[in-house]
Design a protein around this ligand. Structure first.
Ligand SMILES: CC(C)(COP(=O)(O)OP(=O)(O)OC[C@H]1O[C@@H](n2cnc3c(N)ncnc32)[C@H](O)[C@@H]1OP(=O)(O)O)[C@@H](O)C(=O)NCCC(=O)NCCS
Length: 159
């Protein structure tokens, strides 16, 4: 099995430290690693997920896709229990193979079990189609996060 074919994946809870290599290389390349230490990373109610290959590549210690989830209410949504998704990143060598979607579906099931009402994120403009495919909807205008790119709020009610 080559590097471009991870086969089946396991989604696991990881600690925030395990998200840092991908967060840093994918989301803030060339910036100090501190820029990907997010507020709430160590909050007991936050959680972090990683996608790991099964089979012959199972010894790989580094996730091929990561994302983090924080209890955080967005003022424009009325739902009482909301989580924010941050740090969604897939290793470029494994993009378009379903890792990001599998990881988010796992998260949505987990949030449902926790009786969370809504998941939202500040989606990078070029990632909007990815979130749409998973059922997220857009809210409000595009806005700039300085030194990053245009973003738009996206959300998915958890039913
Ligand atoms: C966005 C990202 C996390 C998607 O991860 P992934 O593991 O490649 O996603 P998947 O393989 O599950 O893709 C699911 C679907 O979305 C599509 N998709 C993924 N990224 C896309 C993009 N940027 N634009 C359009 N479609 C995209 C895939 O082609 C796939 O479509 P299909 O179901 O028709 O085959 C990944 O491209 C990435 O890390 N991008 C850079 C960082 C980033 O933008 N993160 C999001 C910050 S808000």
């Amino acid at each position: 099995m080559d590097r471009s074919s991870p086969g089946t994946l396991s989604i696991r809870f990881i600690d925030s430290g395990q998200t840092i290599p991908l967060r840093s290389s994918v989301l803030r390349p060339g910036n100090p690693v501190e820029t990907v230490y997010f507020e709430g990373d160590h909050n007991a109610d936050s959680f972090h997920l990683g996608a790991f290959p099964d089979g012959p590549m199972a010894s790989r210690h580094q996730a091929i896709s990561v994302a983090s989830f924080y209890p955080n209410r967005h003022a424009d949504f009325k739902e009482p229990t909301q989580y924010q998704l941050r740090g969604m990143a897939t290793d470029p060598a494994y993009r378009g193979m379903g890792a990001g979607s599998q990881l988010l579906r796992f998260a949505l099931n987990h949030l449902k079990e926790k009786q969370v009402d809504l998941l939202w994120c500040n989606a990078r403009e070029y990632a909007i189609p990815f979130y749409r495919k998973l059922g997220f909807r857009e809210m409000g205008p595009l806005f700039m996060i300085p030194d990053v790119c245009l973003h738009r709020v996206m959300y998915i009610p958890i039913e």
